[in-house]
Design a protein around this ligand. Sequence first.
Ligand code: ASP
Ligand code: MG
Length: 459
Amino acid sequence: MKFGGTSVADKDAICRVVDIVRRQWTSQPKASTPVVVVSALSKVTDGLIRTAAFAREGDGAKAVGLLNELLDRHVALAAALTTGERQQALRAALRAQFEELMGLVQALAVLREVSSRSHDALVSAGELASSRLVAEAFAEKGLPAVWVDARTVVVTDEEHTIAAPDMAASCARCREHLAPLTAGGQMPVLGGFIGATANGVTTTLGRGGSDYSAAIIGACLGVDEIQIWTDVDGMLTADPRLVTKPRVVPRLSFGEASELAYFGAKVLHPSTILPAVAENIPVRILNSRQPQNAGTLITSEGRQEGQLAAIACKRDVTVIDITSTRMFMAHGFLRRLFEVFEKFKTAVDVVTTSEVSVSVTVDDTRRLESILDNLRTFADVACEPAMAIVSIVGERLHDDPTLFAKAITALGGIPLRLVSQAASRRNITFVLRDADVAAAMTRLHDAFFSIPEPAKHAH
Ligand code: ASP
Ligand code: MG
């Protein structure tokens, strides 16, 4: 069970987590005691990153001031959630942890230099502190919680700030440190996002990395299910800012989840659940404010009831048309063309071709002028800003050709700039004017997700 930053943000949130975990624990046979992974309290990682920035600027006093504020927030929560000796010990542990960091930032401020290794030492404090706090809050409320330092369990490479797990080593550590606890009915509580190299140097897995931790640990232990508890009801059928009343997608395949994440569905980044995918472990997204809701279940096969899983979009992209009557059929043309994008480190999203032209979309336009200049050395180039990508996603697109016709009919009248269906055939992508996005999304959503009016019962 992984709880994100907003799910452990304050006293009320942590009390909700206690209830959720207790319900899970008492509803399961004792042999399946949950393992709990928590993020830092909401905004704490951002704060720690700011202390690193102050240190880099040589402002040790500001860095220490901010660390004191963060310490106070944790200590206030410790006081609100625990009592007596437990509270004394927890406060002392938090204080010791933050005092060590204050020494570190002052040293870094003198050097005005924060290496990525020091950066990890600083930002890991958020998850170390939140997991200690949550473990003690659990114990206070009678749950058999044991705090485990995640750095003894998640073994990573040395790529500080974006470390990758060593699965074999992590699995061995999980078997050694976690399995005996759960087998004895105890409930390990650990911080997400953090790990350590084989030599024990603290590392972090990248922003939002607590989901990754949950997937690594879940995969290593071969759990029945990984639950990602967050502050929304799950993946939605469309962006609620564009479509009125989108619905929660009850089930998704891993492939569909990846397509949606690519288009910026922020709930969960599927690359972070790859260890779970590899072990075929279902991942459930749940709302810690509405724990009774079913959420979204992501499994290898998916199996949703409707025709589509969801509709996604990416706004404000630029279409570039590259035309060359002379060169197009010549071998090497596409290589030459894409080398330009590679040279300027700009990712291309959608690609379509016609007889003599290639069209691509990009969303990063920082190097657009240089890209266009380079392309012009061997082709005619036209460029159209303020476009958008709308994508319908679902495994059924694979084998039901009527769905494409249905989408085109729904979009009738809206000018489509590019259309593409990739080999995976789990999405069909339309590129259209950004100004038409809301209309396109609404029409597609009405066509594929409208709920029939409930029948009126005569009583
Ligand atoms: N606390 C880390 C972050 O904010 C990791 C996480 O929340 O998953 O990026
Ligand atoms: Mg998070």
